[in-house]
Design a protein around this ligand. Structure first.
Ligand code: BES
Ligand code: MN
Length: 460
């Protein structure tokens, strides 16, 4: 084990240079003009995985390709008793970098400043999956036997809903069957607080369209006698939450699992103070459902959020119209026990009920996923905590995450495997925002964590 850790320590500078190569691909899954870059990035990954001693190949899909890389299994090992098998899941696709003018350096020209590397995808998720690749490289290149078989599955469609991955899992069920999936694609509160996340929120996405007159109208000539669609939509949306953010849709909270005393105690151990959070986010004042702390509100309570709101004239100056339509992009985050289909139904019926008769309503459904929750006390969870402790040199915390990784539910359903969420991101890493970064200490500690993890998990 020590030779593995020494190898990691010795090679940090090269690892960082290689990560920069990985980050130079503008692998933006949402934008069709980057289709070629997606393929090039996948090919680079395969080439790199082969170089470090893995058996790797690209699988094309109806969308962007999936990269699979496995530790080689020798004939002697194959004849021996079956070994544990773990999957490492990650994604090489990234969020669109826009707005570009807010980046201090170009998003696909990685820049190192202090202990951080700035680039789109540095934290979400290239830096995090690369840390695992480097840990496995250390085993392979030092000739240190791994106590288990490992398969990397690094996809190119996580940021657009993983539409083709479930089908791939079904088609390759036998070879992908594993004892657990390890995912580093979440945050930790600070480098002094490594964390095992044991829950993710689910999600439902939809768009609301409210149509009024058949075209934009002169607001002086007709205003007053027709409903303004922007106003109708604003009134409608405003009725869906109370002043503290609690969702007012009947039945919305019916299935929400209450927080146990044990969980609330874990939340209370998280180091981030309300004032720090307020400062980090640049808000005038925090906000949120009464009876819950911000940490609980952010990860263990469901939400109703407007992600985008459009209507009428958006150009410079004034234009006196009654707009023909208004549109809102919405997502609700869901928590364990809430069923996406049921919540979608409740939300749609309620919106239809309260929509005024003066406008036409259309609701378009988008993606959806259940929340995820596993026991933080399982044998494997405890093994993961030991690996975190060994790598970070301090006691890890248990937390629930507010974001979503929809595919974890398919790992459970299709492969029967639980996911261990061992994130390496920091709250100020700017995921999905301009100036995304990844902390180089988190990168190095993540490699060490991965190296320890295979020992701890295989023993467990
Ligand atoms: N890495 C994130 C998910 C995440 C981030 C979970 C931080 C917990 C903490 C992932 O890449 C992501 O952005 N997921 C999307 C999924 C959605 C598009 C279905 C999300 O959560 O918005
Ligand atoms: Mn993301």
């Amino acid at each position: 084990m020590q030779v593995v850790l020494d190898y990691l320590k010795r090679n940090q500078a090269r690892f960082v240079a290689e990560l920069c190569d990985y980050l130079r691909f503008p692998s933006v899954s949402a934008q069709p003009q980057h289709k070629k870059d997606m393929r090039a990035c996948a090919a680079w990954l395969v080439h790199h995985a082969r170089q470090i001693g893995l058996e790797a190949r690209v699988y094309p899909t109806a969308g962007h390709p999936i990269v699979v890389a496995k530790t080689p299994v020798s004939a002697a090992l194959r004849r021996g008793k079956p070994r544990p098998h773990f999957m490492i899941y990650g994604h090489y696709d990234v969020q669109p970098p826009e707005p570009l003018d807010l980046w201090k350096s170009p998003p696909f020209a990685p820049r190192i400043q202090g202990r951080s590397i700035y680039a789109r995808g540095s934290m979400d998720n290239k830096g995090q999956n690369f840390a695992h690749l480097k840990a496995v490289e250390a085993y392979l290149q030092t000739g240190t036997p791994l106590p288990c078989d490992l398969t990397f599955v690094i996809e190119g469609e996580e940021e657009v809903g993983s539409a083709n991955l479930a089908k791939f899992l079904k088609a390759h069920r036998a070879e992908l069957r594993c004892d657990a999936v390890v995912i580093s694609d979440t945050d930790i509160p600070s480098p002094k607080h490594p964390a095992l996340a044991y829950s993710l929120r689910g999600i439902i996405a939809f768009e609301i369209m409210v149509r009024g007159p058949s075209r934009d109208l002169h607001s002086g000539v007709f205003g007053g006698a027709v409903e303004n669609p922007a106003m109708a939509l604003a009134r409608l949306l405003a009725q869906l939450r109370d002043a503290s953010g609690r969702v007012t849709i009947p039945g919305f909270y019916d299935d929400v699992a209450p927080l146990s005393a044990y969980e609330r105690k874990q939340f209370a151990r998280l180091p981030i103070k309300d004032r720090d959070l307020q400062k980090l986010l640049g808000v005038k004042k925090l906000f949120g459902e009464r009876g819950f702390t911000p940490a609980e509100q952010r990860s263990a309570r469901p939400t109703f959020e407007i992600n985008g709101l459009t209507s009428g004239y958006q150009g410079e100056g004034s234009k006196t119209i009654v707009p023909a339509w208004a549109r809102a992009k919405i997502t609700c985050r869901l928590v364990p026990n809430q069923k996406p289909a049921k919540i979608r139904e409740l939300v749609c019926r309620h919106i239809e009920k309260i929509c005024p008769p003066t406008v036409r309503l259309e609701i378009e459904s988008g993606h959806g996923a259940e929340a995820y929750l596993v026991s933080p006390k399982s044998v494997r969870a405890r093994a993961a905590l030991r690996a975190l402790q060994a790598a970070f040199g301090c006691q890890p915390v248990l937390m629930r995450e507010g974001g979503s990784i929809p595919i974890v539910n398919d790992f459970k359903k299709i492969l029967g495997a639980d996911s261990l969420l061992l994130g390496l991101g920091l709250p100020d890493d700017n995921a999905h925002s301009p100036n995304e970064k990844f902390n180089l200490d988190c990168f190095a500690k993540g490699q060490a964590m991965s190296a320890h993890l295979w020992q701890e998990l295989s023993r467990a």
